[in-house]
Design a protein around this ligand. Structure first.
Ligand SMILES: [Zn+2]
Ligand SMILES: [Zn+2]
Length: 271
C-alpha cells in the first residue's frame, strides 16, 4: 500500500476526507451511474480535500461467483483518469472494501497484492456459511440464534483485524444496523468481551477504526458512541469517517453528525 495509514490520519482534517465510498464498479451500485469521475465531482462539491474510492471486493464472491465479477483493470483506468482530472482540487485514493477476507485468506492476499491498492478497508458482511446480514430476515430468526450469529460475527471481525494489509476496519456495528431496521434490538454489551478484544487488536495493529454514517441515512442510531468510548479508553485515537456512499449524493453525508460523536467522546481534542 502506498497510502500509509499514518499519512491518511495526519494529512487531512477528519471531516475533509471520505474514507469509504463506492462507485458503479461495486456489485450493488451497477445501476447507480456513479462513475469514479462523478464520485470525485461530488467530493469536490462537498468541500472534501480527499476521497478514497473503496469498491466492494467480496472475497467469498470472487471464490464462489456470488455477485458479478470485479472489473479490476477498467476500474483502475477510470479511477486514475478521475485522479488526474481532479488533481488540483482533490486527492483521490484508489482503495477497496475487502469483504470476508478470512474466508479465503490466500485469495484475499493475492487480490491485495495484484491490485496494488492505496488503501484496504476490511469488512465482514456475512459469517462463514451464512448470508449477508443485509439480506437476513431477522423476524424469522429466533432471539438465541440472533445472539449466536452476532457473536460469530464479532469473532470473525476479530480475525479480520489481524490481517496485516487491512488499513481500516469498517462498520463494526454492521449486524445491529439490520437488526434495528427489522424493529428488533440487542444490547451491544452482550458482546463486550469480544468487542474489547477487537478494539485492542485494531489499536495494536495501528489500524483505523471507521465511523460509518450509512445507518444515519436510514434513521438508525447505533451505539457507535459507546464503541468509540471503549476504543478511547484503551488508547485508540485513529478514527476516520466513511459515508459508505453508494450514490453521488451521499458522499460525505452526515459528517457533521459523526464529528459531533467524535467530539463528544474525545472532548474535541482528536486530530
Ligand atoms: Zn460494507
Ligand atoms: Zn461499503
Amino acid at each position: 500500500m502506498n497510502f500509509s495509514t499514518s499519512e491518511c490520519i495526519k494529512k487531512y482534517p477528519i471531516t475533509k476526507i471520505d474514507t469509504h465510498t463506492h462507485t458503479y464498479f461495486s456489485f450493488d451500485c451497477a445501476e447507480h451511474g456513479n462513475t469514479p469521475d462523478k464520485m470525485c465531482a461530488a467530493a469536490v462539491k462537498a468541500g472534501l480535500d480527499a476521497i478514497v474510492l473503496t469498491d466492494h471486493v467480496e472475497v467469498n464472491s470472487e471464490a464462489e461467483g456470488i455477485y458479478t465479477p470485479f472489473y479490476y483493470e477498467e476500474r483502475r483506468r477510470q479511477c486514475e483518469a478521475a485522479r488526474d482530472k481532479y488533481k488540483d482540487s482533490l486527492d483521490v485514493y484508489i482503495g477497496i472494501e475487502l469483504g470476508q477476507a478470512i474466508h479465503y485468506p490466500g485469495l484475499a492476499e493475492t487480490i491485495v497484492k495484484n491490485g496494488a491498492f492505496d488503501y484496504v478497508i476490511g469488512s465482514v458482511h456475512n459469517t462463514r456459511g451464512d448470508q449477508d446480514f443485509y439480506y437476513m430476515d431477522f423476524s424469522k430468526v429466533g432471539y438465541d440464534e440472533v445472539i449466536r450469529l452476532i457473536g460469530k460475527y464479532f469473532d470473525e471481525y476479530y480475525e479480520m483485524t489481524r490481517l496485516p494489509y487491512v488499513d481500516q476496519c469498517a462498520h463494526l456495528t454492521y449486524p445491529l444496523r439490520y437488526l434495528r431496521q427489522a424493529g428488533l434490538d440487542a444490547d451491544i454489551l452482550l458482546w463486550e468481551d469480544k468487542i474489547i478484544k477487537i478494539l485492542k487488536s485494531v489499536i495494536d495493529g495501528g489500524k483505523v477504526l471507521e465511523l460509518n454514517t450509512n445507518c444515519l441515512r436510514h434513521g438508525i442510531e447505533l451505539p457507535d458512541d459507546l464503541v468509540l468510548e471503549m476504543y478511547r479508553s484503551y488508547g485508540g485515537e485513529l478514527v476516520r469517517i466513511g459515508s459508505d456512499a453508494h450514490y453521488e449524493r451521499d458522499t460525505a453525508a452526515d459528517f457533521d453528525r459523526a464529528k459531533q460523536t467524535i467530539d463528544k467522546v474525545y472532548g474535541g481534542k482528536i486530530l
